[in-house]
Design a protein around this ligand. Structure first.
Ligand SMILES: NC(=O)c1ccc[n+]([C@@H]2O[C@H](COP(=O)([O-])OP(=O)(O)OC[C@H]3O[C@@H](n4cnc5c(N)ncnc54)[C@H](OP(=O)(O)O)[C@@H]3O)[C@@H](O)[C@H]2O)c1
Length: 306
């Protein structure tokens, strides 16, 4: 099968190669991949002690081709989307992938394409795990730092759905975009006084912040009121101050019900899914370069059918 692989431990050593189709264990599914979600993590989120060439990628959508004897959740022919992370047999940037039965997955609604479905698992899972634990009530306020990417696009909408008042940051060209998603107030992280703009808008500070971009947690904390809450999506390690709690996204949280609801909302057009570009699989390298700029609007996707 064709796969986009890391050829060695060196960075940027990525190639499109022919590799064997993975063989599945009893507790795995074999998926014929139709579309792949792209993210900054694809090139570096790898299991330990991997053997090269190693297929990169951690999310995709496709059709179940083989079902291990101890798997009862899906049948051959089912359309599913999933996260398959740190799989020693290889990741999702390939024509076939072995997926463990306990991986986060969902059945793709009939009115959703493989490309749409592949854009949801990582960004949806991360956005839900960041926002669900926050102890906020309708009418409370939240700031989202770096909010026009894949995760922020979901976060703004989830926050509005919960009745929160939302401020968010991105460069100027994305302010109208964030407002259309529901943001009540937008700032440009490149403006020297963006924090002042938020505290002028919400005197005393917002109730909580979610810092999507790396190294934005310290600055985000400055616009949170005393005793408020900050969650770092990129895992920034920042000491608490003024009684503000600082958390990183908890991978233990079970958000499967919320994810199913989100998938239904997207399929029913009650929530926007934004895909900046769908690339042919063979142009995966271009998609990797684009995601690394950290300026994609919404999600990037690879398609096997393009
Ligand atoms: N914890 C987890 O499980 C998990 C899972 C997946 C991803 N992540 C993390 O989430 C991040 C990826 O998020 P993503 O895919 O939504 O988007 P992304 O493409 O990395 O970020 C895009 C957003 O960040 C803004 N941005 C770019 N540079 C910025 C800066 N210096 N300060 C503030 N904002 C800035 C962009 O605005 P403009 O384009 O307007 O400049 C845009 O709004 C990565 O850091 C990744 O490590 C974590």
């Amino acid at each position: 099968m064709k796969a986009i692989v890391k050829q060695s431990a060196k960075t940027n050593d990525i190639a499109l190669l022919e590799v064997p189709v993975p063989e599945i264990n009893n507790d795995e599914l074999l998926i014929e991949v139709r579309a792949i979600g792209v993210g900054i993590h694809d090139e570096y989120f790898l299991p330990q002690n991997i053997s090269y060439p190693y297929t990169i990628g951690i999310e995709a959508a496709g059709v179940v081709q083989e079902v291990g004897s101890s798997v009862s959740s899906y049948e051959k022919g089912d359309r599913i989307a999933f996260i398959s992370m740190l799989q020693p047999k290889g990741g999702t940037w390939a024509e076939y992938v072995a997926v463990h039965k306990d991986s986060l997955s969902f059945r793709i609604p009939e009115n959703m394409t493989f490309e749409q479905a592949a854009a949801i698992p990582v960004a949806g899972n991360t956005a839900l795990k960041a926002i669900e634990p926050l102890p906020l009530r309708p009418g409370n306020s939240i700031f989202i730092a770096g909010a026009s990417g894949a995760i922020g696009t979901f976060l703004i909408q989830l926050a509005k759905e919960k009745g929160y008042v939302v401020a968010s940051s991105a460069s100027k060209r994305n302010h109208q975009y964030m407002k259309e998603l529901g943001a009540d107030f937008t700032v440009d992280y490149r403006d020297a006084n963006w924090q002042q703009q938020i505290t002028d808008w919400m005197p005393g500070g917002v109730d909580a912040a979610i810092a999507v971009q790396p190294k934005t947690t310290t600055d985000s904390m400055k616009v949170v009121k005393d005793g408020g809450h900050v969650t770092s999506i990129s895992g920034d390690q920042v000491p608490s101050e003024r009684g503000v709690s600082v958390e990183i996204v908890s991978h233990q949280l079970d958000i499967r019900n919320e994810l199913s609801r989100m998938v239904k909302h997207i399929a029913d057009n009650d929530m926007k899914l934004v895909i900046e570009e769908v690339y042919p699989f063979a142009e995966g390298f271009e998609a990797l370069k684009k995601t690394q700029t950290r300026h994609a609007r919404g999600k990037l996707v690879l398609s096997m059918n393009k």
